[in-house]
Design a protein around this ligand. Sequence first.
Ligand SMILES: Cc1cc2nc3c(=O)[nH]c(=O)nc-3n(C[C@H](O)[C@H](O)[C@H](O)COP(=O)(O)O)c2cc1C
Length: 562
Amino acid sequence: MHANIPHAIIKLMILQSILNLDQSLLAKIELLQTDFFVGIFKVITNVGSSTVIISFTILLLIFLLAKKEIQKFYTVAFTALGGALTVILLKYSVMRGRPDNMLIFEDDPAFPSGHTANSFVFFMLLFFTLKDKIKNKFLKYLFFFGCFLSTSLISFSRLYLHVHNPSDVVAGIMVAIFWLIIGLNLSEQFISLKNAVIKFSYKYILKPILFLFDAELIHDLFVTMGKILGSNFVTRFFTRAIFYYKNKMLEQKILGIKFENPVGLAAGFDKNIHMYKILPEVGFGYEEGGSITGEKCEGNPKPRLWRLKKSQGIVVYYGLSNKGADEISNRLKKEKFSFPLGISVAKTNCERTAISQEGIKDYVKGFNLTKDIGSYMIINISCPNAHGGQPFTDAESLDKLLKEIVKNRNSKPIFLKIPPDLKKSEIDDVLEVSKKHKIDGFVCTNLTKDRTNQKMMSKVYEKNIVNYGGISGKPVEDLSNETIKYIYKKTQGKALIVGVGGIFNAQDAYTKIRLGASLLQLITGMIFEGPQLIGEINQGLTKLLKKDGLTNISQAVGIDNK
Ligand SMILES: Cc1cc2nc3c(=O)[nH]c(=O)nc-3n(C[C@H](O)[C@H](O)[C@H](O)COP(=O)(O)O)c2cc1C
């Protein structure tokens, strides 16, 4: 065992040397032959940072390639370019001075010391690559401390050798803070604390500022931000470190699709489907993109989005603005998605499609162009803001629509998104027609548009709101819950139910699950509570499951509605 350790290190160094033509190999072997522990220490503190980085980057690439996680040429090209640039910069800095002088911008005290930064990158990559493979909690903590100590050792050696250099102190402190955040992320208590801090900052600092501006402007800003954050590895990595939460208790396989957790982004936030790279890092288990329509559609005239601050809801009068099925499908057809993506299809909002036959043709066009993208399809028959209202919620026209849709279907599941304002007899009709056409599930529900519903309107506390558009958030919550409850009971739990409407915390989410929803979606809760809400709900759900003595979320589905 004793002899094996230096053996392994020598092998690693040989590998590094081959990869990087490292001239100092012999010197390192000599160091090992002095005193064993002093040798190890010196090798660790002297090992060429650039060689470590390049070796590990290559190993990591091989690992990712083997797991088929790299599907895009430019991801590989970007990583290789980044790696090459790092190595060139490091080599340049090495050439400037002694072998241990790895500082690139030595005069800048804010720039972290080379050895410290590189060892940090190395051990961080090692930690994140192997973390999830280690199942035992104690071993996971041990592995974390091993990585942390190795970085610290190198950092301290720099401090010991260069006490005069302030950049070493800065680098040491930065590394310590980073490790602290990562280490504490392993603990449930810290995750709760972190979410509480983000929530407080969002609700009392950021949200009051955001809410001063037009709602659609802020919505567009967040979509653009999501697109940028999702476009590269670094911002995805940091977003994940801040928001992501994972727990096996939340995993489900539904209709052949694996969901890491039940919380999805509802249709309407990411209308043109740009955010699928950042949403998994924020902690979402899946996304419902769209609603897209057969033709490009400007939607209704602005303004068309109003916040109801007191009622915790939104009045939505978008009218299905989106870039259209042609453009969206062309952009997405070669993409691979790291989580389940559902595509919501509605009919183009214009006078032509108000005629039933034209409307069906439009749905079919949108469906056909997007059916091979993502994991499942949704037919949205419940947009409250389109020309001609919701003509496909009655049995006869729904039958005609679904007949045409299923003619074109592939093996993917199809769900129907239904309005919260249907009478029980109307829901019965929808269920019967859906059964006939083998529809797999129901998204319950869309926005409410029935302003004559006194119970719902008693939850709208603002006076003088516009008298058109659909309402989301807390005013729709009970209607959504009643629909879930009714459909679960009526179908005896056989249809898949996605619960959406007014989810603002884990208890709201759990109520829907216990009524019969297997999956959940939200928009308004995130806008009012902040982006940490997704992790908060997922963590909260695991606590609620444990409290009820359950081991997986699927065991709670419909438990209050048997
Ligand atoms: C801004 C906005 C846009 C929406 N657009 C769509 C849409 O295009 N298609 C759709 O099926 N639902 C749409 N919805 C409805 C939501 O998907 C969801 O059913 C509803 O908002 C209730 O959930 P919430 O209370 O969590 O927001 C939209 C909702 C909002 C707030």
